[in-house]
Design a protein around this ligand. Structure first.
Ligand SMILES: [Zn+2]
Length: 317
C-alpha cells in the first residue's frame, strides 16, 4: 500500500492507493494558501496519519511510502520544490520535512508528471513506451513518457508543454513571455479570446454574447455554443483547436509517441474537440501519411494526482 498526496493550490487530497493504482480510502482538506511549507506539511502529515491508522485498524496492508504531487517544478532527486507560485513557496525540501513528520519514505514530483504516471500505470498509456499527456485546464500542463518511464529532464525542469512558444498572442503568459501554448490552448485562453471577440463586437447577436452579458463565460459554454453552430463560439473553438493541434503536432514531430492523451476540464468537450483536432493535425506533422500516434482522452480524471502520487512511491521504492 502507498499514500498518494495531491497538493493543489486549493485542496490537499490524500488517498490510500494499492499496488494496482486503485484508491482504497481518501481524505482532503483546504490548502488555505499561501502558507509556509511547515504549516501545509503538518496538515498533510495529519491526513497521512489518520489514513494509515484506518488502514492498520482494517488490516489493509503495510504502507510502504508516500508520494506527493506539487503544482511546480521539483529537483531531479524528487525532494525539493524549486518554486511554487500557487502555494507562495520558494525553494523548500518538502521530502525532508515530511519524512521527519511522518516517518515514511517520501518522494515529491510535479503534478503534471504524476498525472502522466497515473495514465501509464492504470490509464490511457498502459502498455505504451512513448506517450504524452496534455492537461487542458486553467493552464496547460504536460507529462512525457519515454521508454516506459516519466521523462523529467536533466535538472527536473522538463516537459513544460504549456510554455512552448507558438507565435504572438494578444495577451502575455503568467511566465512573463508572450506566445506560450497555454495562452492559446487553456480554458483561460479560449475564454479570453471569446471575450475579446465580444468586446470587438464580432457577431453581437450571438448566443455567446447573450451568455456573456448574463453571467460571464466558461470554456464549457463556449464549446456547447460552438456545437450548436453559434458563429462567435465557432471562431473561438477554431482558433483554440488550431493552436492545440499545432502543439500536439510539434510533439509528434519531436518524439513520435504511441499515444497522446488529453486531460483536464476542456477535454470534457469530448468527441467534438477530438474531431476538430484530428482534422487539423496532419497539417502540423511532417510525416502526414505515416503518423500513427493515437489520440485519446486521459482516463484517470480527478483522481490522476492521488493515483500518480501513490504510483510514484511504488516506482521509487
Ligand atoms: Zn508561459
Amino acid at each position: 500500500m502507498y499514500i498518494g498526496v495531491d497538493l493543489g493550490g486549493t485542496n490537499i487530497a490524500v488517498g490510500l492507493v494499492d499496488e494496482a493504482g486503485k484508491i482504497i480510502k481518501s481524505a482532503s482538506t483546504p490548502t488555505n494558501a499561501p502558507r509556509s511549507a511547515e504549516e501545509i506539511a503538518k496538515d498533510i502529515a495529519g491526513l497521512c496519519k489518520s489514513i494509515s491508522e484506518e488502514a492498520e485498524a482494517e488490516n489493509l496492508g503495510k504502507i510502504e511510502g508516500i508520494g506527493v504531487g506539487v503544482p511546480g517544478p521539483v529537483d531531479e532527486k524528487l525532494a525539493s520544490v524549486y518554486v511554487c507560485v500557487n502555494l507562495g513557496w520558494d525553494e523548500v525540501n518538502l521530502k525532508a520535512i515530511l519524512e521527519e513528520m511522518t516517518g515514511y519514505p517520501v518522494f515529491i514530483d510535479n503534478d503534471a508528471n504524476l498525472a502522466a504516471l497515473a495514465e501509464l500505470e492504470v490509464g490511457a498509456f498502459k502498455g505504451a513506451q512513448n506517450a504524452i499527456l496534455f492537461t487542458l485546464g486553467t493552464g496547460v500542463g504536460g507529462g512525457v513518457v519515454t521508454d516506459g518511464h516519466i521523462y523529467r529532464g536533466s535538472h527536473g525542469l522538463g516537459t513544460e508543454l504549456g510554455h512552448l512558444y507558438m507565435g504572438e498572442n494578444f495577451y502575455d503568459c503568467n511566465c512573463g513571455k508572450n506566445g506560450c501554448l497555454e495562452t492559446f490552448a487553456s480554458a483561460t485562453a479560449i475564454i479570453k479570446h471569446a471575450e475579446k471577440l465580444i468586446i470587438d463586437k464580432v457577431y453581437p447577436e450571438s448566443e455567446l454574447n447573450r451568455l456573456y452579458n448574463q453571467h460571464g463565460l466558461n470554456a464549457k459554454a463556449i464549446f456547447d455554443c460552438a456545437k450548436d453552430g453559434d458563429a462567435l463560439a465557432v471562431i473561438a473553438v477554431e482558433r483554440y483547436t488550431k493552436y492545440l493541434a499545432a502543439g500536439i503536432g510539434n510533439m509528434i514531430n519531436l518524439l513520435d509517441p504511441d499515444v497522446i492523451a488529453l486531460g483536464g476540464g476542456v477535454a470534457y468537450a469530448g468527441e467534438y474537440l477530438m474531431n476538430k483536432i484530428n482534422e487539423k493535425l496532419p497539417y502540423f506533422t511532417l510525416m502526414k501519411d505515416k503518423v500513427s500516434t493515437e489520440l485519446k482522452f486521459a482516463a484517470t480524471g480527478n483522481d490522476a494526482g492521488v493515483i500518480g502520487a501513490g504510483m510514484l512511491a511504488k516506482t521509487e521504492l
